[in-house]
Write a protein that binds this ligand. Sequence first.
Ligand code: FMN
Length: 340
Amino acid sequence: MESDTTESQPGDWPDSDGTPADVPVLRVIYTSISRLQGPVLAEMRLIRDQAGRRNGPEGIRVALLFKSGYFVQWAEGPPAAVDQLLDRVAGDPRHHRLQVLHRSLGRRRLFRPWIGAIVQSDEPPAVMAARVQRMLKRPEQVATREPAEVWASLCSPPQPDMPRPGGAGLRVMLLSARGRHSFDLLRWVADHYRRPIVSRRFAAAADDVPDVASDYIDLPHDDMPGGLRLVAHARQSLAMGVAHAFLPDHGAVVIRLDGELERNRQLVDRLMGVCDQVQHRLPIVGLGSLNSGQDELARRVRDMGHEWLEATVPAGLVSEARHWACLTPVLSRLAAARSA
Ligand SMILES: Cc1cc2nc3c(=O)[nH]c(=O)nc-3n(C[C@H](O)[C@H](O)[C@H](O)COP(=O)(O)O)c2cc1C
């Protein structure tokens, strides 16, 4: 997995073109079965380069995911161009059994000609096939849902023991102002509750932009009706189309703060930039000790029209367990407010 050492400054958008989302487009989601024999990442990069040449000029944006031997592609754009793309892709020998699951006219959610993702999963292809079949049997249900929801229920369905089917619980993005502390906390929570971690790798839109990883767990929790999906992201993913497409599906973003205020400022500003880009407001939770500059960060966030919540970790021995103990009451309040 890629380490999170590369920093881009607020205002850098290596992977997003920021075109407004107000013109209705055709949105299509299809699945197909891969015929790839060799390394998937290398082939995804080839497809990315082909898509990069064609999609942008034709006004098309896509998210392509590979999981359990399946491709899932979500494409948006002018109707004629999207249909031509489908015709072209259908004849590609790298996959077969292309089946369109969703087709609707509506608002754009993808902000970039290309998002590529590979999910590392030990889920057998038969389980993915069963999900596809269930959707094909209920076309009217799939047609009325937003593409992001269809995509999520195909590609990252909730664990079967989550309290509410369909992933209706609280979804929280976890970022850290330094290092990979968001991933460390997620791992601790996963170990503590014995929950499996799902790892995804998002392929960048160009060779000079690093790929990024994202891990998540699903957690049933007594104090959170509907349960919690906790998604750890690298800071770098805020510069990628994937964060822009999926940020609106999160109920909150938790920032694991650092003792160095400048790092916290940079991350908050970058996050505010993405929210602005996708025109979405959501609660931001500052998780850290009292010397992390919460007052200034709170002002910055509130000035931009977002809610700021604090999960203050008392001074002393600072451990993952302590961070989690301070964070859970805040998440419980958010979950309760959501289901009220
Ligand atoms: C799963 C999958 C997804 C693809 N997605 C795209 C895409 O979004 N845009 C695109 O131009 N080509 C995409 N391709 C590649 C096309 O099938 C085709 O090879 C490419 O567009 C070149 O077509 P041309 O030789 O007619 O120029 C995809 C291929 C596969 C297997």
